[in-house]
Design a protein around this ligand. Structure first.
Ligand code: PMP
Length: 441
């Protein structure tokens, strides 16, 4: 018996022993095309010599130095790199070890900002339903995923949840995308008024919704309206780019495509590309200055913030993405992937929607594509797809539908940026074989 407390205690896991470009290899020598980058993590594949070299060099020079005593070179260099390329107004970076920690830091920074400004009544948080922002209690409370929250509800702080921007199911037939975005903005405004604008601290959203909805971008103009509303009421805009950031959608930050400047941005997964665990919260100059000129101390921290080796790995990853000009490639391959998915599955009786940006694509599965009826969640389609895909040598990231039928099962695709066109064909062939086996079509 394994002494590891695995997340699924009734499941058998193959043992991963190696990686080669976009493939993972298990102990029995089976190769899996990593079409989901794990969970949108491995953007450079699994054997990048430059990143491995940078990690080796850093470990030999300095593996770790606690940040309550020292700063370190790779942390400073990575912060410079990110701020130079970040949306306007973001001027500093707080480094953590993953996405949930990045969200926790953003929430606490927002709260401390208002305290430093003498505005302690600002404590309400608004987020969106069917969202995921992490599994620690603050992040879980922020997320609007009913299934993930259910058994922990009594431990969660109160957060308001408004509708996500989810055109496939949310936009009415006689409504333009612009009118839909307006309607959602009005809903946010209504919730702010209900809470009392002077008590609201921040609004949190993913620019492109990943895990919970499956690569769903907002309709044009939605985030601009959200930004205006937040500005009008002095509310901070926190964009969670843990999954969709770091080039995944074709621009380094997904917010660039929305034309908005957030106050806080969380990043993680693609930042270190899985070579080291690392996340970060990018902070606006206004927030940094309020804390710097006030107490001068952010009252939050973890042992591994600014880990030198993790920062060196992330810096090597980000430099590689830039020096190899991978972002235009993400755009090109992403369009190629979308086209192939539409060609292969566009008429599939159980494919309701194919969507996304860059190398971040989602396929929503439905029992009936005419009325968008989801499959019964009790069927656990997502689990069968994940297992069967692995049997076919493919890693994809399927997610179950909601119990209330508000969305269907979906498959998230987030392959490494280093793919060749031939890998896209392999991906679609393997996915086709998987869906045929599971759905009989
Ligand atoms: N935010 C988003 C948007 C995510 O997708 C995730 C992870 N799937 C998280 C936060 C939490 O990140 P982590 O699992 O690294 O804590």
């Amino acid at each position: 018996m394994s002494h590891v407390f695995h997340r699924h205690l009734k499941q058998h896991y193959p043992t991963a022993v190696g990686g080669e470009g976009p493939y993972l290899i298990d102990a029995e020598g089976r190769r899996y095309l990593d079409a989901s980058g794990g969970a949108a993590v491995s953007c450079l594949g699994h054997s990048d010599a430059e990143v491995i070299g940078a990690i080796q060099q850093q470990v030999e020079r300095l593996a770790y130095a606690h940040t309550s005593f020292f700063t370190n070179e790779p942390m400073e260099a990575l912060a410079d790199f990110l701020v130079e390329r970040a949306p306007q107004g973001l001027s500093s970076v707080y480094f953590v070890s993953g996405g949930s920690e990045a969200i926790e830091a953003a929430l606490k920074m927002a709260r401390q900002y208002f305290i430093e400004r003498g505005d302690p009544q600002r404590r309400h948080l608004i987020a969106r339903r069917q969202s995921y922002h992490g599994n620690t209690l603050g992040a879980l409370a922020t997320g609007g995923n009913a299934w993930r929250r259910r058994q922990f509800e009594p431990l969660l702080v109160e957060v308001s949840h408004v509708s996500p921007c989810y055109a496939y199911r949310g936009q009415a037939e006689d409504e333009t995308p612009e009118a839909y975005g307006e309607r959602l903005a009005a809903e946010l405004e209504g919730e702010i008024q209900r809470l009392g604008p002077e008590t609201v601290m921040a609004f949190v959203a993913e620019p492109v919704v990943g895990a919970t909805l499956g690569a769903v971008p907002a309709v044009p103009g939605y985030f601009k309206r959200v930004r205006e509303i937040c500005d009008r009421h002095g509310i901070l805009l926190i964009l969670d780019e843990v999954m969709c950031g770091m080039g995944r959608t074709g621009s380094l930050f997904a917010a660039e495509q929305e034309g908005v400047s957030p106050d806080l941005v969380t990043i993680a997964k693609g930042l270190g590309a899985g070579y080291q665990p690392i996340g970060a919260t990018l902070v606006s100059e206004g927030i940094r200055a309020a804390i710097a000129e006030g107490s001068g101390f952010f009252q939050h921290g973890h042992t591994y913030i600014g880990h030198a080796t993790a920062c060196a790995a992330a810096l090597a990853v980000q430099r590689a993405i830039e020096s190899r000009d991978l972002l235009p490639r993400v755009q090109r391959l992403g369009e190629g992937l979308q086209r192939r998915l539409e060609e292969r599955f566009g008429e599939h009786p159980h494919v309701g929607d194919i969507r996304g940006r860059g190398l971040f694509r989602g396929i929503e599965l439905v029992a009936d594509r005419n009325d968008k009826t989801p499959f019964d969640p009790a069927r656990k389609l997502h689990a069968a797809i994940k297992r069967t895909a692995m049997d076919h040598g493919l890693m994809c990231y399927p997610m179950g539908g909601t119990l209330d039928g508000q969305r269907g099962d979906h498959i998230l695709l987030a392959p490494p940026f280093i793919l060749e066109e031939s890998h896209l064909d392999e991906l679609v062939d393997k996915l086709d074989a998987t869906l045929r086996a599971v759905l009989d079509h």
